[in-house]
Design a protein around this ligand. Structure first.
Ligand code: GRG
Length: 281
């Protein structure tokens, strides 16, 4: 994944050098790469070629990287540390960070349009639209808008879940479905993968909330304890750490159940559900 991303990103010596340098800084050398791993694992279920999945995986990771760059900016979360490094607007400047996000998003769609990912043009167009919808106002960007509007407000569990299904879940779902769509995807498999993705998308966020409350800044590579400091509604603030951990386990069990009919090729998806719940960073 690292080499695929490095190849897709414009070289830092090509103009505009500072923007290209900042794009590479934002994407390379950090991050768990959970979304690409999900795409590769889902591709194994549908017999997709890795040479195709790698481009879909890169596109999703670029959208994710853009969202982190923008989320860290002063107008949003205003954070100075990401992936163990100064955030892009701190290392470069705010205007550059804004452009980095814009350019990473464009590059993601360039890749989806340019690389041969599916067996026919109509399927590939469907993939472009899937990512566009996952990233847009009815997906990740919309979830972020709800998040920004909810600071200091007492959300209930249903409202919290709605926000996270969009903010974090939409892109995780797109990672799984895009990887799967690089192969032959039957409707019944798509439904099972969709359910799996929804469960681990929520589990990912529940664990993120627990880690924000319990892990250290050094372990996370980003500022810990921000949710409580900003009076943000989270699974931990609503349920407490112990119940939030239980909920993550329940979501993992649901995710595993969704995979039962898919047999051995879904083993890596099973393992990734474990990773999402057991991760310490
Ligand atoms: C700016 C449109 C826009 C959206 C931002 C993703 C996001 C929406 C905000 C990030 C803030 C945040 C902490 C979200 C919670 C879960 C999450 C997405 C964490 C970061 O993802 P990881 O843990 O990060 O996969 P790495 O660095 O490992 O890739």
């Amino acid at each position: 994944m690292e080499s695929v991303l490095a190849e897709h990103l414009p070289p830092a010596h090509i103009a505009p050098q500072r923007l290209h340098e900042a794009m590479r800084y934002a994407v390379l050398g950090g991050g768990k790469r959970v979304r690409p791993l999900l795409a590769f694992a889902a591709g194994e279920v549908t017999g997709a070629h890795i040479e195709q999945v790698q481009h879909a995986a890169a596109a999703v990771e670029l959208i994710h990287a853009y969202s982190l760059v923008h989320d860290d900016m002063p107008a949003m979360d205003n954070d100075a540390l990401r992936r163990g490094k100064p955030t892009v607007h701190v290392e470069f400047d705010e205007a550059t960070a804004l452009l980095v996000g814009d350019a990473l998003q464009s590059l993601a769609f360039d890749i989806l349009a340019a690389q041969p990912l599916a067996n026919d043009a109509a399927s590939q167009l469907k993939m472009v639209r899937l990512l566009a919808q996952a990233a847009g106002s009815r997906g990740m960007a919309g979830g972020q808008a709800i998040d920004l509007a909810s600071v200091g407000k007492p959300l209930d569990l249903t409202e919290l879940e709605y926000m996270h299904i969009h903010k974090t879940g939409a892109l995780i779902r797109a990672s799984v479905l895009l990887g799967a769509q690089c192969g032959k995807l039957a409707d019944s498999t798509a439904a099972a993968l969709d359910h799996y993705a929804k469960c681990i998308g929520l589990a990912f966020q529940v664990v993120d909330d627990v880690l924000d409350a319990e892990a250290s800044t050094a372990t996370l590579g980003k500022t810990a304890g921000k949710d409580a400091a900003h009076n943000k509604p989270t699974y931990v603030s609503l349920l407490g750490v112990a119940r939030a951990r239980e909920l993550a386990q329940e979501l993992r069990a649901d995710a595993h159940t969704a995979l039962i009919g898919l047999g051995a090729p879904a083993e890596r998806l099973r393992q990734l559900a474990n990773f999402v719940v057991e991760r310490a960073f």
